[in-house]
Design a protein around this ligand. Structure first.
Ligand SMILES: Nc1ncnc2c1ncn2[C@@H]1O[C@H](COP(=O)(O)OP(=O)(O)OP(=O)(O)O)[C@@H](O)[C@H]1O
Length: 235
């Protein structure tokens, strides 16, 4: 369970996060909606240690994540993807998936089984000896997700996974993301502007506005919330 309490992030005079509070139970997907600049990426950056929160508490299964750097947060079981995928372009796909396993104690055979499993899930196994730079942008997003999942994270942070991805790869991504919590027990925070995918995948949804929660609930509650309709959906 991820717990975020009273999270504040100040950039000089700008309060990008203003007292955020929410929880993500195990095996569940939290969808995050919000207009550009509402603080979604800043919130992910605070959770994974790229930014230090100005105030507030963040804990995963009771362990405090505040003050840790991204590598330390990763070792506590938090994986992250980025709006523009960050793959190791001059490495093969197979080598890409070795990187997060370097610091994990496991037999070579078990590591190879995990790499095979996740490359097959994202339908890139046949390309495993290709360089990552040869992949399309959408395939690089799938590779980045597979690279995170081999480390068997407890919490997965996905920043705009569907942006710039063609519809058939987006469908594959949706199916992989949907299965992840059931299959591995992880929880997921899914930031996306794609309302259909958010409604389809999320157990719970938060809508952010100027660094605060505008609404919190399931898809039906969010869709019918008058503040959301006025401020975000515009209809
Ligand atoms: N490193 C930074 N320094 C200064 N201001 C920042 C920094 N990062 C984000 N901000 C500001 O914080 C606010 C929230 O930005 P953030 O990128 O978190 O929004 P977002 O909801 O992810 O937007 P988008 O949907 O466009 O990705 C914005 O006003 C942004 O300009």
């Amino acid at each position: 369970m991820l717990r975020v309490e009273g999270l504040i992030k100040q950039f000089g005079g700008l309060r990008a996060l203003d007292g955020l509070e929410f929880e993500v139970p195990e095996r569940s997907i939290l969808g995050v909606l919000g207009m550009n600049g509402s603080g979604k990426t800043t919130m992910l950056n605070c959770i994974n240690g790229l930014y230090h929160a100005t105030e507030g508490a963040i804990s995963l299964n009771g362990n405090d994540l505040i003050g840790l750097n991204p590598a330390q947060v990763f070792r506590r079981g938090v994986g992250r993807t980025f709006q523009v995928p960050r793959v190791f372009s001059r490495m093969t796909l197979w080598e890409n998936l070795a990187v997060p396993l370097l610091s994990i104690k496991m037999t070579r055979r078990d590591k190879d089984a995990l790499r095979t499993k996740w490359l097959k899930k994202v339908e890139l196994y046949d390309l495993r000896h290709n360089f990552a730079e040869e992949l399309s942008g959408g395939q690089q997003k799938l590779l980045e997700l597979a690279r995170i999942m081999v480390s068997e994270p407890r919490l997965v942070l996905l920043d705009e996974p569907f942006a710039g991805v063609n519809p058939s790869l987006a469908r594959l991504l949706i199916n992989v993301i949907r299965e992840m919590p059931k299959e591995t027990g992880c929880s997921v925070i899914l930031v996306s502007h794609d309302l259909t995918s958010i409604y389809e995948l999320s157990d719970d949804i938060i809508v952010m506005h100027e660094g605060r929660l505008l609404a919190h609930g399931d898809a039906e509650a969010v869709k019918s919330n008058p503040d959301v309709i006025e401020a975000y959906l515009g209809a």
